[in-house]
Design a protein around this ligand. Sequence first.
Ligand code: CP3
Length: 373
Amino acid sequence: LGSWRELEKSFPPLKNDLLLRAAKGEDTPRAPVWVMRQAGRYLPEFLEVRKSHSFFECCQTPSIASALTLQPIDRYPNLDASIIFCDILVVPQALGMEVLMEPSKGPVLPKPLVTPEDIKRLNSNVSVEKELGYLFEAITLTRKGLAGRVPLIGFCGAPWTLMAYMCEGGGSKTFEKSKPWLYKYPQESKDLLIKIADVCADLLVGQVLAGAQMLQVFDSWAGELTPYHYAEFALPACKHISFKVKSILKELGHPGVAITLFAKGANSPSTFKLLSNSEETGYDTLGLDWTVDPLEVREWLGNKRVNLQGNFDPTVLYGDKDGIEKEVKRLSEQWKKAGGGWIANLGHGITPNVKPEDMGWFLECVHKYSKRD
Ligand code: CP3
């Protein structure tokens, strides 16, 4: 992977760079748009592939992961980005934990971390090349398949969100097994978060060297924490990732890529203050969920040194054509008033029962109403 320059030269030139420009703070002629989980269960072509392959088999087979990544790009000419098909839970797998994807339950980790003693069970000196090399291969294949149509986003889970899965043994409504770690074992929790962050950083670097043109870190459970615990535990581990990625890429002579932090639900004004300066956090763009207004967030941020992504309510896609159009128009107006770089997205993932044609209409509406006059 040392020869990223040669590899980069072998890819067709990028024809649509709206995403990369908005992520650097440019006021683009219209907002670039993509959707979290755009490759997924609302697409019949995805369900067809899933009939004959398990979820992790899809992630671990580069030809399948790449084909799934391209499905929404082939179907929707209005998408401005692709995101590699994989999952945040490949990091616990690389650390040596078993992760199953159960049809009705979602992810299950049969042997969760119960006390800090259990951290010893995790692999040390994880080689992402060896454990997760399939992802890098999938990225390189996908860059070829994209043929420069849109940029490719690489990603990982944020340490706090991954720690929550690793301690709960799966999803949770109460977080009664993971959050008490922060109260009972604060130092061990910080050590665990950094241990996870190190693997995440290596994974992101590997994705960039394989061809990812932008990165996103998903902190889906950030909003479960008090603003104090977010600042004390979750954010420092996210900063460990961004700065490690930037420093390794710099050492390799790579120009670097923009990184987005999606800290779902971490919406207090004091938290936004901490996130307001890209130079301090190492994140160029913040992903917002739908419970905040873009104008209000811009005010909390106090300056425009960070770009924003979001933040349509995913259920707008159940709103039928008229409902979708009205809401895209309304929120686009807010975003235009807020100014600065804007990447249009949902405030969380697209849900399984959305009609594919409604997703297409949503994208069309964003193109129309996000135009700057
Ligand atoms: O298209 C894309 O966005 C790229 C692929 C992607 C997936 N998961 C595929 C997936 C991405 C970026 C993720 C991230 C992810 N995975 C997150 C962070 C974003 C978020 O949603 O908050 C989290 C928390 C996970 C963990 C995870 N993976 C859960 C909770 C589930 C079950 C979800 C559910 O809705 O049932 C998954 C499974 C998963 N990951 C699916 C897909 C397409 C569906 C699984 C299937 O096909 O059976």
